[in-house]
Design a protein around this ligand. Sequence first.
Ligand code: HEC
Ligand code: HEC
Length: 268
Amino acid sequence: MTMDRRQALTHIIGISGAAAGSVLMANPVLAATSTAEGWSLQLKERLAYAKLDPHAVAKAAYEAGNGCMYQVFHGLVASLAASSSVDAAKFAQIPTAMAHYGYAGILGEGSVCGNVNATGMLFNLLSINGEPANPYLTRVLRYYEQEALPLRDEAFLNAIGANTEEKKAAVGKPTVAGSVLCHSSITNWARENGKNAAEKGERCSELSATIAYQIVVILNKAMDGEDLSGINDITDTVGSCQTCHTKAESFGPSVMTNMECDVCHGGH
Ligand code: HEC
Ligand code: HEC
């Protein structure tokens, strides 16, 4: 019985035995079997995050397919459904198919990247040690904007099963998006690698696996009560703009954003 469940879980979220044993199988009875009758997520209700294995979740996101937003949202929610969270059974009831719409910057519009959209949708229903996960969103977005992605290290590529010459050639060099927009992420990548947006499939799949990985890194640290300052902060430039341009300012048009100002505005 135990073996059957283990195998089923490994099959569902695509994790290796070692990872399953260490983190995801912390609860041997696999709590995600039943919820209170008729349970559905209520407005502002939060479900408890439990620590996950970043590589295993990256793999789950990579294998989920069906576009960036679904990959990240489903990868995380399915992993939490199989975790030791007291809310595992509730995670299993979340209709992750709702997240499909966010692919390619919302139904192919190239606007807000689905990785970013998925993270917001997820964090708005998560709690970390009883507190809302919302404040951690900015760190995932800054990571998305600032880092050369997707991850290229061997451990990551092996974990998701993408360490082949063919896949490495399809992805090419990792690039910095500089923005939370799908458009700039893809165009910066296409320019650097001499490819076109139609060839983005493997690269975007691995980018979603990367964001799923980093979400887990950040939330695990948050769960441990670590000080996250210095990890995916706003840039110094944005910080300097924000010394004057804030929500509350009265000298000119009010500004409310943490996005990288200098991608769109010159200095003054
Ligand atoms: C020392 C305070 C201060 C800092 C720092 C600052 N600004 Fe401003 N900014 C102002 C003021 C004052 C105005 C004028 C507002 C007006 O006249 O309507 C302004 C106007 C602007 C405008 C509109 C007018 C224009 O010049 O195009 C933009 C855009 C802008 N700032 C962007 C930025 C960005 C981006 C940064 C960071 C790189 C930044 N600001 C840093 C004070 C500041
Ligand atoms: C994705 C692009 C983008 C980013 C990133 C961005 N802005 Fe803007 N910002 C705009 C656009 C577009 C407008 C509206 C300009 C218009 O219609 O005249 C605007 C307007 C403004 C204005 C009013 C300008 C005016 O002439 O009245 C200020 C001030 C400003 N932004 C500051 C900032 C600051 C500070 C940041 C970073 C914290 C920032 N913006 C990030 C695109 C951006």
